[in-house]
Design a protein around this ligand. Sequence first.
Ligand code: SF4
Ligand code: FES
Length: 239
Amino acid sequence: MATYQIKLARSDTDAARHFTLELDSRMTVLDALFIIQREHDPSLSFRCSCRVGMCGTCAMRINWMPRLACQTRVETLNADAITIEPLAQLPVAKDLIVDLGPFFEKWKRVRPALHPKDKDSKQLAIVPPDSEFGRQAQVKRDCITCGACYSVCGITGSNSEYLGPAAINRAMLRLLDPRDGNVDDRLAVLNDETGVWRCHTQFNCVAACPKGINLTDSIMKMKRSLLFPKKFHDKQAAT
Ligand code: SF4
Ligand code: FES
């Protein structure tokens, strides 16, 4: 056990609230929040669901970096003071809960769902793992829509209409998917003034993503590929 000073942002006041907790080093920040809620302040609001890093609902700023509270063990912070705040650049609903509406509005703009080329086909559509889509999907498909990349992006901070890294990565996967036929709509959204060209390659999204997705790489690939959009109609490799 070790003593931690926890500083919590609250939405009903500008002043942070401070708590001193004895925590086992294996405990997570989410465990600490439950202790505070149970033993000190039942009105504290935060969001979580799966507690195993799969749902993305517990993303928040922990010592100034977006992280998943359920996946952040207190000992890994190498600090006895822990500051916990809501994700930046998103409206705060209450305490540590943000409204992900702006993030999902961009997500919807790229048509994230599969739009099958052949809606009536009864054939099983097999994607070989060594195909371009198979290889890209293995390292880019695990987004849990936590919003961390969006909240830390320097461009969404200055232009609230910018698509953001997660939506662009999703669009790339759909464009590469040989089963998908909705190419033109997605290319138009990516090529728009609020699309990929806004990215300044700052890599903040890459540092923030709890699933290790190289989002800047996806954005750069889309920039290069937009110069040769026909390849998406032919479902050729994005370069
Ligand atoms: S790309 Fe990563 S950081 Fe962005 S929403 Fe998905 S999981 Fe979260
Ligand atoms: S509670 Fe689901 S990712 Fe943390």
